[in-house]
Structure formats: C-alpha cells, structure tokens
Design a protein around this ligand. Structure first.
Ligand SMILES: [Zn+2]
Length: 275
C-alpha cells in the first residue's frame, strides 16, 4: 500500500530518467499514478545529447515535468568541446523547460570512461552551468574527494546544485553544504542496512534536503529490485520522516519548497498531466 499524502501536500521527484526504455510502454499511467497520489513534480535528467533532447520533449508536453540537460561521466570519452557548445545552445533555446545542468560528475565505480576525461568534462560542464546560471546535478560514485575538489576549483556555485543519490556520510554532507549544494536522498534510505544514510537523513538540515527516485533504478522497500517510478517517492519520504521523527507532511512541504528555490519552478502548482 502506498501511503497517502494529505490533500494539498505535494512531493517532487528531483531526479528521474523518464525517457528510459523501462517507461516506454506505460509512461502516461506512471505519471497519472504519481499525480493522483501527490507526486506533482518530476525532474527528468539527461545523460547525453539524446536523453537531454528527450527530457526537453517531456517537459514541453507536461507541466509537471521539467528537464535537466547534461552529459553523464559514463560518456566522457565521446564528448568534444563542440558538443558542449551545442548543449548550451539547446538550453538557451529552451530556458522555460530547463531547470538544471546535469547529470555531470565522476563515476569511479564503473569507469566506462577514462578518469582524465571524466575530470576534464566535469570541470568544463561546471563552467558551462555557471555561465548559464543553472544549478548543477552531480553524480558522484566512489569519487567523493575528487568531486568536491573539482567543484571547489571551479569557484563559488552561485546557483547551487545537488549531490544526487547522496551516498556519503554527515561530514561529506557538511562539506557539500559549504559549497552551496543540496543533498538528494534516494530509495536506498529505506533499506535496513543503509545505516550511514539513515544517519544523514536524520541529521541533515531540512532546508538542504531533496528526495528522488533515480527511477527506473533503486526502488525503495517494498519494491526493492523492481522498476522504480515517481509514485514510490512517497515511501522514501515516509522513511525520511520516520528517521527524523517528523511528519510526512512537514518533509513533503519543505522538500517541495527546496525544489522551488533551487530549480526556480513551483511544482506544487503543476499538478496536471498536460501542459
Ligand atoms: Zn541519474
């Protein structure tokens, strides 16, 4: 059973990949379920040019969806300077649909691209995001120190950003907050053995907290191992509320407001499936 949000209370899924094939057969049903249960905002995230274009298309046709555009570190070996110019131009042409730059960062777990190219691409994309005055969506997998170092080297993030699918401890969270970042917690926080994340969820300043599904990946309990979708964000929110000893309502209200402030879009007013 999916917990029910009180009327007028909304959640925003701050990181999902709605363009992925896992949703191809039933995306409209997925969106309707989410909206009907109070998940009234979804940010869909680009990982390369094609998925960024798909994200824009989804945002164009749905008021509840906004897009982030960028190149994931997995693709760092295939990107040239011209590609980033193209992405920047794409964003300039769709300012109303784009709320952030990403996902960008470092992935030392899978290492689909060379570390040198990942570093260079990450640094360049931070600069592009800053020029475009957009918050950055950061993918950090087994690369905490390097991520923070590169961010620091690129100078202050006036428009902030988010460490998505946060997997560090409270010390790392504090250092990220000092760089003007938010932390987004995924469904992993519902897993019994995720004790580090439980600690972070309990102690994070509420004004720095976002929630995400990272769908179609990382479904929360009781859907662990299945396809994830925005509706399931309610389970993640409920787990965070329990860990903090706060009401689900309070968590929903504040995280939705955090999204409005960071991404400059009021998802609580977007609760209809069409534009
Ligand atoms: Zn992602």
């Amino acid at each position: 059973m999916t917990p029910v949000l009180p009327a007028g209370i909304h959640l925003v899924d701050s990181h999902c990949h709605l363009d992925m094939g896992e949703y191809a057969a039933d995306l409209s049903a997925v969106l309707e379920r989410a909206l009907a249960h109070g998940v009234t905002g979804i940010i869909t995230i680009g990982i390369d040019r094609d998925s960024s274009l798909a994200a824009l298309e989804l945002a164009r046709s749905h008021r509840c969806i906004r897009a982030c555009v960028g190149v994931h570190p997995h693709h760092a070996d295939q990107v040239g300077p011209r590609d980033l110019e193209d992405l920047a131009a794409l964003i300039e042409g769709h300012r109303d649909l784009v709320v952030g730059f990403g996902e960008i960062g470092l992935d030392f777990a899978k290492r689909y691209a060379s570390i040198a190219n990942q570093h260079a691409l990450f640094a360049r994309q931070i600069q592009v995001a800053k020029e475009l005055a957009l918050p950055v969506i950061i993918h950090d997998r087994d690369a905490h120190e390097e991520c923070l170092q590169i961010l620091q080297d690129q100078g202050p993030l006036d428009h902030g950003g988010v460490m998505h699918c946060f997997s560090g401890d409270m010390e790392l969270a504090r250092r990220a907050i000092d760089l003007n970042l938010h932390l987004s917690l995924p469904g992993i926080v519902t897993f019994k053995n995720a004790v580090n994340l439980h600690d972070v969820a309990a102690r994070l300043p509420l004004d720095r907290l976002l929630l995400e599904t990272d769908g179609p990946f990382l479904a929360p309990v009781p859907f662990r191992g299945k396809r994830n979708e925005p509706l399931y964000l309610i389970h993640t929110a409920q787990a965070v509320a329990r860990l903090r000893d706060q009401d689900l309502e309070e968590i929903a209200r504040q995280t939705t407001d955090n999204c409005r402030q960071l991404f400059g879009y009021d998802f609580s007013r977007a609760g209809t499936p069409s534009p």
